[in-house]
Structures are given as structure tokens and as C-alpha cells.
Ligand binder design. Structure first.
Ligand code: C2E
Ligand code: CA
Ligand code: CA
Ligand code: CA
Length: 279
């Protein structure tokens, strides 16, 4: 048993080094990525379940790494948060997403809402609301066109400042959606904040529908709560017709997921928005 253990250790150790090396070099690259213009945005439609009409798109960031290819947020957002780089990335995303809305407006495509994700440390800065106002102003957009997605834990991390920040965002007409709803802390007090207009029900609850009785009950409870608080629910991660049917019956009006569309580049969204037949 002893030799096995030693062998196991010897086999594992170089892998750990390789992983640590990989992360270190990724961190070095991440510091350069903005200046080198390596970030891209893809957009995932958010549809009205009954009609399939696109109500909004969510901007999701991708890192086109020169050697490693396309990297997904889970590979670098936590690292960006730890390195203090997330604010710059989030602000770039905000600016780029608003610029994209303006381009779509210029093409006279049906008017959409744009949803942008922001991390706790981004929204926690006093200057964030100024950046928000600038991004809208620079692109001739009214605040109603924009939605900020923030997780429950990020809202709670705002602490005393929460009310003031939310009021300021609300003052711009920008809506706030609670992202990954149901996976965070148990306090629901923040749901009273008037800036909060949407609840995005986390896909972990949608995944087992309709078979999973617990997730079905939790989803129905969350929908009932949204209804009585006057919040608009958006179900995340809808992948099947059965999930779609269940949610429609349960009174959920909006959703997002691979069943409707994957995150995709701006031109592909344009294709979906353009009427296919012109008179
Ligand atoms: P999220 O905000 O919950 O975004 C939804 C994620 O679920 C996206 O992953 C999307 O591709 C994926 N998804 C959508 N529909 C389905 C489905 O039907 N099935 C499954 N299995 N997955 C689906 P993505 O793009 O990898 O983003 C992961 C997370 O990274 C996001 O989760 C968000 O929290 C974060 N993120 C993305 N962009 C930004 C950003 O610009 N700033 C910050 N701070 N975070 C970001
Ligand atoms: Ca989100
Ligand atoms: Ca989410
Ligand atoms: Ca998430």
C-alpha cells in the first residue's frame, strides 16, 4: 500500500504543478487581455414563452485567447475578481453592450432590452452609477433599455450602501434582475427594493422539471412569490419542450435557454430579429 501511495503522489504532483503554472500564466495574460482587445460579447435571447418573441438579450463575455482559443467566463471571471480586474472587464462589457444596442437601433431592428452581468465589486463602487449614466448617454439610450443582472450574494455584499446604489440605478430608469435566484442567501428583504424588477430563476431548479417534484414545487413557489411582489420572473436554462410546457402552465411568462437559442454573436441575433419575409 505504501509504494502505491508514493506512486500516486508522484503521478499527481506534476499535474498540480502544471495546473498552478497554467493559472499563473493565465493571470499574466488576463492583465493584458483588455488592452489587446481579446474580449468578445455573445448574446443570448430572452423570450416570451407564449409567443417566442425576443424580449431582451443577455450579454455574455468570452475571452478569445491567442493560444488557448475561446475561454468561457467560468475559466476567468473568478480569477478576474481575485486579481481586482473585474471592474474594468464589467465596464468594458457595459460600454460594448450599449454600443451594440445602438448599432441595432441604427439598423431599425425591433427595440430590445439588453441585460448585463455585474460582479459585487463592480456595483459596489460609487462611480458605477456614473459609468452607467455615461454608457447610456454615449449611445443615446434610455435607461429602460438596460437591465443589470446581479446575484443575491452580491446584493447582500453591498450592505448599507445597497439602498442608495439601487435608488440611483432606479433613478436612471435601469432595471435590476436578481440572477441565479434561489441559490444565494436566505434573506429576501432586498426584494422590496424598488429597483428590482426581475427574478431570474436559476437553471438548477429548471433542470429536473417536470419530473423532479421538489424542484417543481420550488419553482412554483418562486413564481407565486414573484407574482405577489410584482416582479417579472425569467426562467433560466430551459433546454426541453417539457420544461417549456411546464413553465408556461405554471404562469412563467419569460425564459432563456438552449431550447430557444444559444449565446451567439451579434450578426446571428440580427438574423433572428429581421423579419424573414419583406412585403
Ligand atoms: P449566468 O449569468 O447565469 O449566465 C447564464 C449562463 O448559462 C451562460 O453561461 C449561458 O451560456 C448558460 N446557459 C444558457 N442557457 C443554458 C441552457 O439551456 N443550459 C445550460 N446548461 N446552460 C445555459 P456562460 O456564458 O458560460 O456564463 C457563465 C457565468 O459567467 C454567467 O452566468 C455570469 O454569472 C458570468 N458572466 C458572464 N459574463 C459576465 C460579465 O460580463 N461580467 C460578469 N461579472 N460576469 C459574467
Ligand atoms: Ca446572468
Ligand atoms: Ca443566471
Ligand atoms: Ca450564474
Amino acid at each position: 500500500a505504501k509504494t502505491e501511495e508514493r506512486n500516486a503522489y508522484r503521478l499527481y504532483s506534476p499535474l498540480m504543478h502544471a495546473d498552478a503554472r497554467r493559472r499563473l500564466s493565465l493571470a499574466v495574460d488576463l492583465r493584458q487581455a483588455l488592452a489587446r482587445k481579446e474580449f468578445r460579447l455573445v448574446f443570448q435571447p430572452n423570450v416570451e414563452l407564449r409567443t417566442g418573441r425576443i424580449m431582451a438579450v443577455e450579454a455574455l463575455v468570452r475571452w478569445q485567447h491567442p493560444e488557448r482559443g475561446m475561454l468561457y467566463p467560468d475559466d476567468f471571471i473568478p480569477m478576474a475578481e481575485n486579481l481586482g480586474l473585474i471592474r474594468e472587464i464589467d465596464e468594458w462589457v457595459l460600454g460594448e453592450a450599449c454600443a451594440q444596442l445602438r448599432r441595432w437601433d441604427a439598423l431599425r431592428l425591433p427595440s430590445l432590452r439588453m441585460a448585463v452581468n455585474v460582479s459585487a465589486s463592480t456595483i459596489g463602487r460609487r462611480a458605477f452609477v456614473d459609468r452607467l449614466a455615461e454608457a447610456l448617454e454615449a449611445n443615446g439610450l434610455s435607461g429602460e433599455r438596460l437591465l443589470i443582472e446581479i446575484t443575491e450574494s452580491a446584493i447582500l455584499r453591498l450592505g448599507e450602501q445597497t439602498e442608495r446604489t439601487m435608488q440611483a440605478i432606479h433613478g436612471l430608469g435601469v432595471g435590476v434582475a436578481i440572477d441565479d435566484f434561489g441559490t444565494g442567501y436566505s434573506s429576501l428583504a432586498y426584494l422590496k427594493l424598488s429597483a428590482i424588477a426581475f427574478l431570474k430563476i436559476d437553471r438548477s431548479f429548471i433542470a429536473g422539471l417536470p419530473g423532479d417534484a421538489n424542484n417543481a414545487a420550488i419553482t412554483q413557489a418562486m413564481l407565486a412569490m414573484a407574482r405577489s411582489l410584482g416582479l417579472r420572473p425569467i426562467a433560466e436554462g430551459i433546454e426541453t419542450q417539457e420544461q417549456h410546457d411546464f413553465l408556461l402552465r405554471a404562469g412563467c411568462s419569460e425564459g432563456q435557454g438552449y431550447f430557444y437559442a444559444r449565446p451567439q454573436p451579434a450578426q446571428d441575433i440580427e438574423g433572428m430579429l429581421r423579419p424573414s419575409l419583406r412585403p
